[in-house]
Design a protein around this ligand. Structure first.
Ligand code: CP3
Length: 347
């Protein structure tokens, strides 16, 4: 029996439009905070399959979403390529030795050797597969990766950035080195996602959170083409696994979107009607409520109804247009999920 969420990714008719939320396993849930405290810190939590599986399942039971997203982080990949990673309170992720030269890049572990080190991720997936199958409740499991560009921004800047000046200096003054970094990351990510599929995920999502940092005329060269390369690799071997592409904040690139994938994740800055006009015939669309609407139940309902009016319950998956924030009341997240299911339920 196929899952409603997987059917929806392939554009099939479903009894209602499925819904999940980016960053749905996280700090807005007191139950998550309790497990994180037990783990000691965030990276320990990512490395402990039993606790990572526990927080992956939490939003299914507490908020009622239709899919679970593997609990991990996009930055475990560069971490296992050999870059020391810390999550510093108030600052976010920090790599202690960013890549500044070809020598730095050559020191990093690549390909199969790097992908094989992420055993704790595959172990979490295997555990989740077993737990979800035992529940027998039709919830899908989404695996994920960061897009090579988004991963490279952290690997080159060493941390989050507002200006991206270090990686953009490389883009315009040493593009060959940037391409070498992107290529090496892409080779690891292909195998990483393949191993996630073999461990039991139902769906792949590729997060390009920092897509908007690239000017539209260069976006394909430095990011999208690498995401398409990963999708091509996976589709050739695993055509039954849907692929969701989520490039955040690129409305100017919509006319140029191409590739062998199933779902286009629409971020909250892109009008859903525009995405539907440009891409709705070729791809299922996911999204796209502005996450801050969750602070108001009325504004949430109004937005869910507006999105439903545009999409009409066809070729659509409900989601936020980016991640849920830590101070959103749980009952408002529950309200969002209930409203998506209410407005889209077919008689
Ligand atoms: C850019 C990015 C990262 N990580 C991720 C992205 C892409 C998605 C997006 O655009 O939001 C992806 C991610 N990170 C996390 C998940 C888990 C699954 C889920 O979505 O519920 C997923 C899918 C857990 C996490 N990843 C992180 C947390 C917070 C850690 C904690 O304090 O518990 C969680 C739950 C840490 C993290 N990880 C990252 C940052 C910038 C931070 C610090 C900012 C913050 O604290 O929110 C990098």
């Amino acid at each position: 029996m196929s899952k409603i969420f997987v059917d929806a990714c392939f554009g099939k008719e479903t009894p209602y439009t499925p819904v999940w939320m980016m960053r749905q396993a996280g700090r807005y849930l007191p139950e998550y905070m309790e497990v994180r405290k037990r783990a000691g810190n965030f990276l320990n939590l990512c490395h402990a399959p039993d606790m990572a599986a526990e927080v992956t399942i939490q939003p299914l039971d507490i908020v009622g979403v239709d899919a679970a997203i593997l609990f991990s982080d996009i930055l475990v990949v560069p971490n296992e390529m050999g870059m020391k990673l810390d999550f510093i309170k108030g600052e976010g992720p920090v790599f202690d030795k960013p890549i500044a030269s070809e020598e730095d890049l050559n020191e990093l572990i690549g390909g199969e050797e790097a992908a094989s080190k992420l055993t704790y991720v595959y172990d979490t997936i295997k555990l989740l597969r077993k737990q979800l199958d035992e529940r027998g409740d039709d919830k899908a499991l989404i695996g994920f990766t960061g897009a090579p560009w988004t991963l490279a921004t952290y690997m080159i800047e060493g941390q989050g950035t507002k200006t991206y000046n270090i990686c953009k200096k490389m883009m315009y003054s040493n593009p060959d080195l940037l391409h070498k970094i992107l290529h090496k990351v892409t080779e690891v990510v292909k195998l990483y996602m393949e191993k996630q599929i073999q461990a039991g995920i139902d769906v792949v999502q590729i997060f390009d959170s920092w897509a908007a940092a690239i000017e539209p005329s260069r976006y394909n060269e430095f990011s999208w083409s690498y995401m398409v390369e990963i999708a091509d690799y996976l589709k050739a071997k695993y055509p039954h696994i849907p692929i969701i592409m989520f490039p955040k904040g690129i409305p100017a690139f919509l006319d140029q979107v191409y590739g062998n994938f199933d779902v286009f994740g629409v971020d909250w800055s892109t009008p859903m009607a525009l995405a539907k006009e440009k891409l709705g015939d070729r791809y299922v669309l996911q999204g796209n409520m502005e996450p801050c609407r969750l602070y108001s139940k009325e504004q949430t309902t109004a937005c869910v109804e507006a999105i439903q009016n545009i999409m009409g319950g066809k070729r659509h998956i409900f989601n936020l247009g980016h991640g849920i924030l830590p101070d959103v009341p749980v009952e408002n997240a529950q309200h969002f999920v209930r409203e998506c299911q209410r407005v889209s339920k077919k008689a």
